[in-house]
Design a protein around this ligand. Sequence first.
Ligand code: MRU
Length: 360
Amino acid sequence: MATSDSKAAPEPQPFETLRWRGELPGELILLDQTLLPGEETYLVCRTVSDVFGAIRRLSVRGAPAIGIAAAFGVIVGIQEATRSEEDLTRAFQETVDRLAESRPTAVNLFWALDRMKARFAELSGKPPVEKVQRLLDEARQIHEEDRQQCEAIGRHGAELLSDGHRVLTHCNAGALATGGLGTALAVVYSAVRDGKKVSVYANETRPLLQGARLTAWELQRSHVPVTVICDGMVGTVMRQGRIDAVVVGADRITARGDVANKIGTYTVSVLAKTHGVPFYVAAPESTFDFATLHGDDVTIEERAAEEITQGFGPRTTPDDIDTYNPAFDITPAENITAIITDRGVIRGPTEEKVRVHFGR
Ligand code: MRU
């Protein structure tokens, strides 16, 4: 008689965070993350405003996914502007400028737009239709490279986790935030693939609950054990010895290794230091901002008060209350045990180590 032990492990239930549908003209399809975990609905973006709005309201979010969406957003904005060279150049510039205004902190957005600009410049003199086709190839390439970088981050990071490890993560740095497996969660998925029993504590991540809604959703679909806690519980959970490692993602990493990530990450790093828990940051090269040295120089997005006062339904504060809603914070390099990149691990990050690691 078959026992439950002899059953094959349940298959993960795949989903697509974003993809380009069709050729030219085509459209950008996004899983609308504002509706998760309740509803799995895909948005169709046919205009630059559609893409801009999706990034701004967090239908697509997470630094690498924002960059990929912006690259395809450029195609959405230029694909009908092929009547003349002037038409195309104007549409390209307007689209890039608009998308650059969508969110300020995740450097992957600007990295992806710069890459599209560089490709556009290289194609100077080619007929407009060919230019658009080559730019679509470039956006697809950005997407594919990110998928491969997630795999590499997972491979390098999995070596830092042992069988039985309990990992704390903050926000969502998983498949929902990238073109592949994720960054922080790629480390977990990869360790699980290697046969290690790894479980996750997911901080709920106030105010927009990316941990409770998104990290919990995607880990559950992949059958990775996950426990959701409120952000204020981290200290107690660490003090109780329930966490073996922290792994988080990043929106921007400066040349000296300071990390901008979802608000609350800094607090977790301080608690990890106090409790002697290793604190790892996982990110691809496209998340590094080599032109900025210190975290204090990173622009931190401030978002609407309503995210705090009535994020998901009934008002939870008195009317007319003051709020302060920075979406990200800075974790100084000194609080970071190692940064896991697609090119390997930077232990005890410093400016010298970061620059040598990438040859920058
Ligand atoms: O506001 P969000 O949801 O876009 O914030 C996302 C994060 O802070 C992630 O940790 C970060 O972008 C890394 S995603 C691989």
